[in-house]
Design a protein around this ligand. Structure first.
Ligand code: ACO
Length: 332
């Protein structure tokens, strides 16, 4: 695959901090339970800023960091599973608000695996000489999706955005993408059509066994145990597969950036793979799970700290609703 080079990164985190102690004021839970089961202490909630605003802030920060003119961006990809609008695509709003006026734009929804799928897509576009620079933004406002009476799911998620401007690199890149639609019912959130005034509309008549749509139709529904088990296996498989494709060994990777869903998931996968802990970046203590925004937010933090340098080999690995998963190895 066409190699990629990160020219710039950016992130946006809302101001409002929802700590574990805050959750204990609205739910029967406490800091000790949440931290020991998830590794999360706090997450950000976007009280009044829509998803597109966070996406645009992160995208503009990434463009500034890259030093390129927005007019030089040929493609805008937005990864999100929590858009403000069915249409226009989030990527079109980002294109408008960043000045990337010559760029094509479309969205990718593979939930928490969104950034991985977007990076894979970007690499394939960069094979084409018409595409030189791609802006990828991953942005999620999950607070409106969460049911704040559900203590096992609502405590996991946070809002935020991360972005990267990438260009071609002569060094190779490898990718492994997977989807297991057999497990789609493990994590879902339904579109709320109940406000339609079409006189002909009735409640959906679905094939038996698809999804429970009778109650809680528009909040996130999760089978935590099923997702947990899937996640550990998926991370392990994705890393093995992408390394097999690359011909590289675990020791050839300088940095592993996993999706930040739960510290215990990351620890289990790290142990099963035998990865050195000091090469695995984890930031979920402060952000929780921001879905597709997790990985680019990690990239932005690492780049800002000078920890991603030219020549480094980086492995990104993620999983999410679908259930989807994937991993990418690239040489910066
Ligand atoms: N505080 C206190 N008690 C709680 C809480 C809480 N926040 N949440 C659940 N409990 C209780 C349960 O009610 C249950 O009580 P009971 O035994 O009296 O019935 C008990 O704790 C154990 O519940 P479990 O569900 O077995 O808890 P578990 O240790 O499995 O942890 C968790 C739950 C954290 C959700 C875990 O299953 C998990 O992390 N799963 C993966 C979820 C995930 O990563 N989702 C997102 C990934 S995909 C994506 O990113 C979109």
């Amino acid at each position: 695959m066409r190699g990629i080079k990160i020219l710039g990164t950016g992130t946006y985190m809302p101001d409002t901090v929802a700590s574990n102690d805050w959750f204990s004021t609205i739910l029967d839970t406490n800091d000790e339970w949440i931290y020991s089961r998830t590794g999360i202490r706090e997450r950000r909630i976007s009280e009044d800023k829509p998803n597109w605003y966070m996406a645009v802030e992160a995208a503009n920060a990434a463009i500034k960091d890259s030093g390129i003119d927005p007019a030089e961006i040929d493609l805008v990809l937005a990864a999100t599973c929590s858009p403000d609008y069915f249409y226009p695509a989030l990527s079109c709003i980002v294109q408008n608000r960043t000045g990337a006026s010559g760029a094509a734009a479309f969205d990718i929804n593979s939930a928490c695996t969104g950034f991985i799928n977007a990076l894979d897509t970007a690499s394939r576009f960069l094979e084409d000489s018409d595409y030189r620079n791609v802006l990828i933004v991953a942005s999620e406002r999950l607070a409106p999706h969460c049911d704040y009476t559900d203590r096992s799911a609502s405590i996991l998620f946070g809002d935020g955005a991360g972005a990267a401007v990438i260009t071609r690199n002569d060094k190779p890149m490898w990718s492994y993408l997977s989807a297991k639609g057999d497990f789609f019912s493990a994590l879902w959130c339904k579109v709320d059509h109940s406000r339609s005034n079409c006189p002909l509309l009735k409640p959906d008549a679905l094939p038996e066994g698809l999804l429970d749509t009778e109650a809680k139709t528009h909040t996130l529904q999760m089978n935590g145990k099923a997702v947990y088990k899937f996640a550990v296996d998926a991370m392990e498989t994705a890393v093995h597969k992408v390394l097999e494709r690359s011909g590289l060994g675990m020791e050839d990777i300088d940095l592993y950036i996993p999706h930040q869903a739960n510290a215990r998931i990351i620890e289990s996968a790290v142990k099963a793979l035998g990865l050195p802990q000091d090469k695995v970046y984890v930031n979920l203590e402060k952000h929780g799970n921001t879905s597709s925004a997790c990985i680019p937010t990690c990239l932005a933090e690492l780049r800002q700290a000078g920890k991603i340098q030219d020549g480094m080999t980086v492995c990104l690995v993620g999983f999410g609703a679908g259930l989807t998963s994937g991993a990418i190895v690239f040489n910066q």
